[in-house]
Unconditional design. Structure first.
Length: 142
């Protein structure tokens, strides 16, 4: 409860702190997932911890579109989706996002629209040439 109050106070006074991004976020769309963002050293990474549809034909969904054929059989649940982000003022940048549906990896920036909403901007080359998704913070991950 104290952690939730601290996060609310931080959001209320407009100051974004590096660790504000840590936790579990819900993606949206036709195949929602939960992504756990965590800190490793001075970088932030994220992995898939929940898939609404984790199986296909009774078997775990796998990373079949990955360009590296040697890992196309790995389960999607648990793979690193976000890698190498560093906090700078009010956003996390210098990272990458992997799209298992296309098998492609994009440059990416992350920023908080508000304490409940994460803006995820994936792009190639320039940030203006990309797509933004909004993820929702999961208060109770159970």
């Amino acid at each position: 409860m104290l952690v939730l109050l601290q996060m609310w106070v931080a959001g209320a006074n407009g100051q974004v702190k590096a660790d504000d991004i840590t936790g579990i976020w819900l993606t949206h769309g036709d195949k929602p997932a939960r992504i756990q963002i965590y800190k490793t050293g001075d970088q932030y990474n994220g992995k898939i911890v929940f898939l609404q549809f984790p199986t296909e034909n009774g078997k775990p969904m796998v990373d079949r579109n990955n360009p590296d054929k040697s890992i196309q059989g790995r389960p999607l649940l648990g793979i690193a989706l976000l890698t190498g982000f560093r906090f700078d003022k009010d956003e996390w940048n210098q990272g990458h996002i992997y799209d298992p549906e296309s098998g492609k990896t994009y440059s990416c920036t992350l920023s908080l629209k508000d304490r409940q909403t994460l803006k995820v901007r994936g792009y190639v080359g320039f940030s203006m040439l990309g797509r933004t998704e909004l993820w929702t913070w999961v208060v109770d991950a159970d």
